[in-house]
Ligand binder design. Structure first.
Ligand code: URA
Length: 237
């Protein structure tokens, strides 16, 4: 890849800024200053440096975002703000997208990445990555409702869901773990059981709980260990 792309792809510098730095001789490749922004490099195997300090290059970025209400899980929209509008400049990079959608009024954990294969794996029901939601409901949860949701409920349009793990946290508050991501799934599951979701938040993806230090609208990169934990949880059938 081009040296200017390798430097600017990490988010902190624009392509123009990267080019200027390279031309001024401040960027090194394997310890040697390189002043051609178009020079070909392999950042996975070659050591990049800026002013003699190692420049860490990661092929992909994985961000944990605490989505507030009112944001679309999309990369762009003409009228409404999207989750990408919440990403600070330092983490913005080409190709970043939400791995899975939350409704605009659903809050909580959204994973943003530029790694398409990884996103596919954690979203595919075949990989069994549970997403955990907390749902506040309009009616007290009955045994019959629990049985239906746990057993693999049939939605109003005839779609049959995979069984969900449900834990009651209160008579109108339930935690659900599901591996699918059908449109409005949790809301439609409870509607089919005769209840109504008043508010919904995603609290975990696979083994990763939403970081309690992230306020609404805040995000942070996943650590290498967190990415590895998610990947090791993602097991194809
Ligand atoms: N289920 C829903 O109904 N909405 C979401 O945003 C996520 C899961």
């Amino acid at each position: 890849m081009r040296l200017d792309k390798a430097i600017s792809s990490q988010g902190t510098l624009t392509r123009k800024e990267a080019r200027a730095l390279i031309k001024s001789g401040r960027v090194g490749v394997d310890g040697v200053p390189v002043t051609d922004p178009g020079a070909s490099v392999d950042p996975a195997t070659q050591a990049l440096s800026l002013d003699g300090i190692p420049f860490t290059w990661e092929e992909h970025l994985y961000l944990m975002l605490n989505k507030p209400e009112g944001y679309l899980s999309a990369t762009e929209d003409r009228h409404r703000p999207t989750v990408l509008d919440l990403v600070p400049e330092e983490y913005a990079r080409d190709g970043l997208f939400p791995a899975g959608r939350l409704d605009s009024d659903t809050t909580g954990f959204v994973l943003l990445t530029d790694d398409g294969a990884f996103a596919h794996d954690i979203l595919s029901p075949k990989h069994h990555v549970q997403k955990t939601y907390r749902a506040a409901l309009s009616e007290p949860v009955t045994e019959a409702m629990l049985e239906q949701v746990r057993g693999g409920i049939e939605l109003a349009d005839g779609t049959v869901c995979l069984p969900a793990e449900v834990t009651l946290l209160g008579d109108r508050l339930a935690e659900l773990k599901i591996v699918e991501g059908k449109y409005h799934q949790i809301k439609r599951m409870w509607a089919a059981a005769g209840n109504r979701v008043l508010s919904l938040t995603r609290t975990a993806i696979g083994p990763l709980p939403l970081d309690p230090d992230l306020g609404p609208g805040e995000c942070r990169p996943l650590s290498g260990e967190e990415v590895a934990a998610l990947k090791s949880w993602s097991k194809p059938e």
